[in-house]
Design a protein around this ligand. Structure first.
Ligand code: SF4
Length: 311
């Protein structure tokens, strides 16, 4: 494994642990990573320098001292102010290298890390329970509030690597208070399991928490009324990946007017999360021929996440 790949892997692990609520950790030390990579080089391929190419036909890269110093100073854990930096650990790779490692096209521009500190699991649970109680009493959309049997807040792990973000509750969800439990929900569960995950491993939530009558699309004002709730959920959970299921979820999260067809096929950004757009399971039930494309979307994400799933 090359130095930049090791550094990238260390950065990814550190980002994941931070998102999962680990309160402090040392940043990846570029110097140590380079030494580690050097120690794994076969004797006959040992390069003259830990960061120099083994191929004589390639020009040597620029001296590593500058970038290493920068990375090392960032890896010190605290800035001049003495406070822990809120930003993610250093990522020295360009989009091209990252894409080569992941086997996916480059991502769109990052919006940066989620605001504020990442919470521990018990703190997250407390925030989510408090928010769920608030949502249960919510009357911001008078029509939806008068029609609903109950609100559907969301469920799953509070330290998820993956979150699945849908549109809104249907009749089964309205009846049970749980997201994605009808026929579409059963298909979503199969999709999650095809990713070698369990429903309990991920978090499942919707754009609006009340069922739009007749399963109509939520109105823009209803989505805006509910925006505070799902943004708080996501900034509390900080999943590494958010899978947007269908146009409403994707356009709302990415603040885009593009169709699913235009948004799928690459990873987008929502703060510190990578965002995948794919078809809603209800659409897949009506259009089974689109299942192949949806599976290709999930595989794109799994490759990026370093997860092997069936082809
Ligand atoms: S959809 Fe959201 S904002 Fe509207 S009443 Fe339900 S919980 Fe409140």
């Amino acid at each position: 494994m090359q130095n930049d790949e090791l550094l990238y892997a260390a950065s990814q692990l550190a980002r994941h642990l931070r998102r999962s609520g680990v309160q402090w950790m040392p940043g990846p030390d570029a110097e140590k990573v380079a030494q580690l990579a050097d120690s794994f080089q076969p004797p006959d391929a040992h390069p003259p320098s830990a960061t120099q190419s083994a191929s004589p036909s390639k020009p040597a890269p620029p001296p590593a001292e500058g970038p290493r110093k920068s990375a090392a100073s960032r890896a010190a854990g605290r800035g001049e102010s003495g406070r822990r930096p809120a930003a993610s650990p250093p990522d020295r790779l360009g989009d091209a290298t990252r894409s080569r490692l992941a086997g996916v096209p480059p991502m769109e521009v990052s919006d940066g890390p989620y605001p504020g500190e990442s919470l521990s699991a018990p703190q997250r649970l407390e925030v989510m329970e408090g928010l769920a109680a608030t949502v249960a009493q919510c009357q911001r959309c008078p029509h939806l509030a008068s029609c609903r049997k109950q609100t559907v807040f969301g469920e799953g792990s509070v330290t998820p690597r993956f979150a699945f973000f849908g549109e809104g509750p249907g009749a089964d969800e309205d009846r049970t208070g749980r997201p994605f439990v009808g026929r579409a929900g059963q298909l979503l569960t199969k999709m999650i399991e095809a990713c070698t995950l369990r429903r309990d491993d991920v978090y499942i939530l919707n754009t609006v928490k009340c069922r739009p009558p007749g399963n109509r699309n939520p109105e823009p004002t209803e989505i805006e009324n509910c925006r505070e709730y799902f943004t708080t959920q996501l900034s509390t959970l900080r999943p590494e990946y958010v899978v947007c299921l269908g146009a409403i979820a994707a356009q709302t999260l990415l603040q885009s007017k593009l169709s699913v067809g235009r948004l799928r096929g690459k990873l987008h950004r929502y703060f510190d999360s990578k965002v995948l757009v794919t078809y809603h399971p209800a659409y897949l039930l009506r259009n089974p021929s689109a299942k192949r494309a949806a599976w290709e979307d999930l595989q794109l994400m799994l490759r990026d996440a370093g997860i092997r799933a069936g082809q």
